[in-house]
Design a protein around this ligand. Sequence first.
Ligand code: FAD
Length: 447
Amino acid sequence: MTFPISEASPVRFAGPLPAACDVVVIGGGVIGVMTAWHLAERGLRVTLCEKGRIAGEQSSRNWGWIRQQGRDPDELPIMIESMAIWRSLAQEFGDALGFRQTGVTYLANTDADFAGFDRWMEHARAHGLDTRLLGREQAASGLTGAAALWKGAIHTPSDGRAEPWTAVPLLVQGAARRGAVVVEGCAVRTLDLAAGRIAGVVTERGRIVCDQVVMAGGAWSALFLRAQGVAIPQLSVLASVAATEAMPEVTQGGACDSHFALRRREDGGYSIAPGGEHDFFIGPDAVRNTGVYLPVLKKDLRSTHFRARAPSGYPDAWGTARRWSGDDVSPFEAVRVLNPAPNMASLCRVQDRFAAAFPALGRPKIRTAWAGMIDTMPDVVPVIDHAAGIPGLVIATGMSGHGFGIGPAIGRVVADLVAGRATGHDIRRFRLSRFSDGSRIAPGPSL
Ligand SMILES: Cc1cc2nc3c(=O)[nH]c(=O)nc-3n(C[C@H](O)[C@H](O)[C@H](O)COP(=O)(O)OP(=O)(O)OC[C@H]3O[C@@H](n4cnc5c(N)ncnc54)[C@H](O)[C@@H]3O)c2cc1C
């Protein structure tokens, strides 16, 4: 698998497109793939349509952290289930998945960071996690050769990592083995409605008759849904990552402070990134949703680089079409794989931070750099819900920068939602109506 995955990557799932099935899943990221997997396991006829390549967008571009630590309390039980699913996936796929429970450490730059870690311990204790709070003296004890820069740390040994660009393309093989029909290079243009409910979808390669649709389109979900009359206040931010040349091991797992993050890779290098720093393109959806994003904007103001416009064709670019019919070429075909240019100035600062944190290793050499568009919600938790106005439509999107690790269990939950079974978790926090029923919208106690 060459990285990053792009339109030039070979098509592995060419079709043919079935005329009919029970459920169409839109989007071949980790959420769509694992939803298709679990639907197929339940005996439903499922077709997964991906406009570009499986895992071409966020699901191959992420840091590869699989963490329970720091989760929103309503996500935590789902994430604990996901960790168990990852362990069983590792049995099915072996080392190629890159899954290892090698721990995750957050390092505190300030007393306020440390106080936040301390508060989150309540959730770790409630779920019996192996999370530990580390004082100033022990903060860097798990990081070989680290300078003593931090006020303390929080560490969860059972947290893990995987190699996203190999993992998700493997997982789709598992879904296909269970009976899911997967079609790459096949954008879904519109929903096909009869008497207000789902009767099928219109793709660029023709119609598929079905009773249910799952929208798992990552950064494209809001654009698609709005054209179908469903408004969700989803926006995207650009996050940059680099892979270093092979270097001595400072940790087998992941570590971050508020300036930089690193994760040991299977190839002996690190995936490094600027902690919470990201770029934000202003567009029509950003303007429309400013009010509901104010709490998170205030929190992230200093770590956000605002840019006046997105490149042409991006989901919230000024010139992107907002309405089209099933006969029109849709915005999803114009950009098969969203492949943003990374912010190299940001990554250059990360190299400096790395050198300061590990003086004996010095400045890491960057082998390759890339970026992804993270789809986010104003309260930094997803929407997992039926769309009330369109019977047969389920929405699973807005993973807000932490959907890779939790993806396997979200897929299980969404499949049960579609199948009309109990999901086994309280998912009311993730309802779509929270944005219209007067609920207070603010990020929860996640880290
Ligand atoms: C730089 C970065 C670092 C991250 N680090 C982590 C991490 O360490 N741990 C973690 O848990 N999470 C992390 N995340 C977040 C994680 O990658 C995402 O939450 C997760 O991959 C989202 O999966 P998804 O399936 O919802 O979306 P995506 O992976 O974006 O997939 C959506 C797919 O839908 C397709 N699509 C959209 N519209 C249509 C349409 N109309 N028809 C057909 N196909 C369509 C797209 O082409 C795309 O392939 C990170 C993300 C980024 C970008």
